[in-house]
Design a protein around this ligand. Structure first.
Ligand code: NAD
Length: 269
């Protein structure tokens, strides 16, 4: 942080659930929120990553991070994880529904039903369960902020050949977020959706590439760097800054918004 920028403390006394907190965008957001004094519940499949993150965060403030090993697509697991969070921190204010996978990538006729269902279940069902089990606690508080991580794929970009399943989940999340924003407005719960372009994270670990995809590619020439504003992929921190803004009262009148954060990448495609 620049020495000229005063430390913000937008989350004193607030609690956030972050799904997919062990890596990339979720991890960067957990660090930002905890630095601003939030309690953070770190939901992830990967206990090793979230445990080492919690060690780091608990040095900012004792016991501010809670590690929960959970698959967001598992209903019982999510119900229990949310219950434990609310019990530990006495309530809930912010929900970052962020966990996601790339899943199987290939021509549609080469994808199996289980490929399709796997990506649907993590990206869409996981988002549904995250909201289903957290909304009652936000209602208890009388306000709240939900942020859902989508993507430019399926929303402003359709030229990622072979990514039909992933893109469908990301388009579905936008519709779900906007429906939820309207449904929850009278409870003062805001729901916003962010659509990142390429961000340098570990997401490629979840990609299962089918070589047949080459057969359906239409060559598109990108300029060097692909993201004009950044001359390369964005950083998880860039996205975490946006999420922190949407999580805070600085965005008190923003709901149902779909915010692209891609350094102009999708304007090229
Ligand atoms: P990442 O792989 O670095 O981090 C994702 C985390 O989610 C991992 O720690 C992983 O263990 C966890 N996770 C995966 N499935 C889970 C499940 N079922 N339950 C609980 N945890 C689970 O990836 P990232 O790039 O930080 O991705 C975060 C979100 O951003 C995803 O929804 C992704 O689709 C979206 N996104 C990423 C990019 C990009 O270029 N990185 C671009 C657009 C959108």
């Amino acid at each position: 942080m620049s020495p000229n920028i005063a430390k913000k403390q937008r989350f004193i006394g607030k609690t956030a659930i972050i799904t997919g907190a062990g890596s990339g965008i979720g991890r960067a957001t957990a660090i930002k929120l905890a630095r601003e004094d939030a309690n953070v519940a770190l939901f992830d499949l990967n206990l090793e990553r979230t445990s080492s993150l919690a060690d780091k965060l608990n040095k900012f403030r004792k016991d501010c991070a809670l590690v929960i090993e959970v698959d967001t697509s598992d209903e019982k697991g999510m119900e229990e994880a949310v219950r434990r969070t609310v019990e530990q921190f006495s309530g809930l204010d912010v929900v970052f529904a962020n966990a996601g996978i790339n899943g199987a990538v290939g021509p549609i006729e080469e994808l199996s039903l289980s490929d399709w269902e796997c990506t649907m279940s993590v990206n869409l069902t996981g988002t549904f369960l995250t909201l289903k089990y957290t909304i009652p606690h936000l209602k208890d508080k009388g306000k709240g902020s939900i942020i859902i991580t989508c993507s430019i794929n399926g929303n402003t970009r359709f030229a990622s050949f072979g990514w039909s399943t992933y893109s469908t989940t990301k388009a579905g999340q936008v519709a779900f977020a906007k429906m939820a924003a309207l449904e929850l407005a009278k409870f003062k719960i805001r729901v916003n959706v962010i659509c990142p372009g390429a961000i340098a994270t570990n997401i490629d670990e979840t990609t299962e590439m089918n070589e047949e995809v080459e057969a359906i590619v239409i060559p598109i020439e990108f300029p060097d760097g692909a993201q004009p504003l950044a001359d390369g992929p964005g950083k998880p921190d860039n996205v975490a800054d946006l999420v922190s803004f949407l999580a805070s009262d600085e965005s008190i009148h923003i709901t149902g918004a779909q915010i692209v954060i891609d350094g102009a990448e999708s304007l090229l495609s």
